[in-house]
Design a protein around this ligand. Structure first.
Ligand SMILES: CC(C)(COP(=O)(O)OP(=O)(O)OC[C@H]1O[C@@H](n2cnc3c(N)ncnc32)[C@H](O)[C@@H]1OP(=O)(O)O)[C@@H](O)C(=O)NCCC(=O)NCCS
Length: 144
């Protein structure tokens, strides 16, 4: 995982990974990558997209293609992006996750993120009630 993933690779992996929400397009990923505030790590198997504003980093999305799950790829990228965000000056990380997303919630917990808020009914679902967004944060000093 040395060179950043392309917008096309991210769009393909995102579409395969997210089955309950609209996948982000190649153009949307390209727009994120055009911003000096945003960076990506990973490859076509697994990637993370992150935005750093002053001393705060936000994990915009992370996705592992279903063919490559439970191999430690996302956990490794959680370490990579936090290191890069720290180099850019970030001292705290934030993210949000759907309350019914057990895989992501577990990933973030084992990586040291803690719940800091809740947005009721934030995620809309097809043919199902909306789901809360859980907000999580982590101070990077001494992070796992
Ligand atoms: C969440 C996701 C990125 C995890 O990717 P992954 O590469 O399979 O994760 P890893 O192999 O690095 O797993 C690291 C840890 O996360 C947790 N985890 C990962 N998948 C899990 C699952 N299906 N159920 C429970 N815990 C899980 C475990 O603690 C795991 O450690 P372990 O394998 O030693 O038990 C992946 O499932 C995915 O792409 N999901 C769809 C997209 C998504 O929800 N992204 C996050 C949006 S906020």
């Amino acid at each position: 995982m040395t060179s950043p993933p392309s917008a096309a690779a991210m769009a393909t992996t995102h579409a395969a990974a997210f089955t309950q929400s609209r996948p982000w397009t190649k153009a949307e990923f390209a727009a994120f990558l055009d911003s000096p505030l945003t960076f990506a790590v990973g490859d076509e198997r697994c990637f993370a997209l992150v935005r750093v504003i002053v001393d705060e980093a936000e994990l915009l999305t992370i996705a592992t293609h279903p063919a490559h799950r439970r191999q430690g790829l996302a956990r490794a990228l959680m370490t990579s992006w936090r290191q890069l965000a720290t180099q850019r000056g970030a001292e705290t990380g934030f993210l949000e996750v759907a309350a019914d997303n057990a895989a992501a919630t577990d990933l973030y917990r084992v990586c040291g993120f803690s719940v800091c808020g809740n947005r009721p009914g934030y995620y809309r679902r097809q043919n199902a009630p909306p789901v809360d967004a859980i907000l999580m944060r982590q101070a990077f000093a001494g992070a796992k």
